[in-house]
Design a protein around this ligand. Structure first.
Ligand code: UDP
Ligand code: MG
Length: 316
């Protein structure tokens, strides 16, 4: 099979028939063999009935349904697990992404040899409250992930070589960073294609402004995992030691200054009357805590099944 189109959806009943027939048209025109995987993320509207109807008229249209709403990432994960096509394309269900992009995305993966091609909604039809924070968000994501050529990490329209989706695990809200996940799994050839974007035709957006706060937190998590995932002591040990050392030196200084003043016959105050004494103590306590966090992290890693999971690409 050439292409699997994975479509996560939550309450998008009105859009589905139009989307399905548009994708069918594109596939038939280009002679692709394909499947469309609708992942119903616990919709409370008529979405599942619509999918059942579409499946009856075209068996290439398949569906999975969650019992409740888990989120876009879990929906993508479930679609990725089931996808059988050589190229896997993800697309939002709300008709904001255009299926007309599919042939070129397919070509970039199969002929140009990209592992992943991400859409770039260069001209967006979304409210300003969304587009401006998005610019900032993408700049940060580029910097942290080291994928400098992507302008639009969170674009729903992306294409992957099948191998990629079988080797990454999207979870939580990590759909925003699939390129970063792919890079961390060793898939380096990441490209971008400018794609058409439309305003939402039916229904409402499922993400509010909290997406940006959560997005930044997730980015930190991924960065930490990629860098210190199996060696937390390298992070906490360094921070802890530094903190402890600062506290230790400071407390000695506080004592030494008092002793010196006593010896020189100057005016002196009790160590416990100096604010610096308490600051140094605090630094030492936080330092030991950080160090301990590192040890605990190491113990957890020691028991984690992930500790020796590597991506092997070739073997003779
Ligand atoms: N979506 C989902 N589960 C959710 C929220 C959203 O499957 O909990 C789907 C939604 O139906 C759509 C896609 O994810 O197909 C992108 O959502 P939306 O269009 O609301 O995001 P926006 O375009 O506003 O970024
Ligand atoms: Mg949308």
């Amino acid at each position: 099979m050439n292409i699997s189109v994975v479509v996560p959806l939550y309450n998008e009943a009105e859009s589905l028939p139009e989307l399905a027939s548009w994708i069918e048209d594109v596939m038939n025109k280009n002679g692709f063999t394909y499947e469309i995987l609708f992942v119903n993320d616990g919709s409370t509207d008529d979405s599942w009935n619509v999918i059942e109807g579409l499946n009856k008229s075209n068996p290439c249209i398949k569906g999975v349904s969650f019992r409740r709403n888990y989120g876009k990432s879990p929906a993508l994960y479930t679609g990725f697990e089931r996808a059988q096509g050589d190229v896997v394309i993800t697309m939002d269900a709300d008709l904001q992404d255009s299926p007309d992009e599919i042939p070129e995305l397919y070509r970039m993966i199969t002929e140009d040899g990209y592992d992943l091609v991400s859409g770039w909604k260069k001209k967006r039809y979304d409210p300003l409250s969304k587009t401006i924070p998005t610019k900032l968000f993408n700049a940060t994501a580029r910097k942290v992930s080291g994928i400098h050529n992507l302008h639009d990490f969170n674009c729903g329209l992306k294409a992957y070589r099948r191998e990629v989706v079988k080797h990454i695990e999207v979870y939580g809200d990590m759909h925003r960073y699939v390129p970063y996940l792919a890079k961390n799994a060793g898939f380096n050839k990441i490209g971008e294609k400018v794609v058409q974007h439309q305003a939402r035709k039916y229904g409402v957006t499922k993400f509010g402004l909290d997406r940006f706060v959560n997005g930044y937190l997730d980015l930190l998590t991924l960065w930490f995992q990629a860098k210190f995932g199996v060696k937390p002591m390298h992070f906490f040990g360094l921070m802890g030691s530094l903190m402890f050392l600062i506290g230790f030196i400071a407390v000695i200084l506080v004592g030494a200054i008092k002793l010196f003043n006593m010896w020189a016959g100057n005016h002196y105050i009790l160590v416990t009357d100096s604010p610096y004494f308490y600051l140094s103590l605090t630094a030492m306590i936080i330092g030991s805590q950080l160090f301990l966090a590192g040890f605990l992290g190491e113990l957890i890693i020691r028991n984690s099944p992930e500790r020796n999971r590597y991506e092997i690409s070739k073997e003779l």
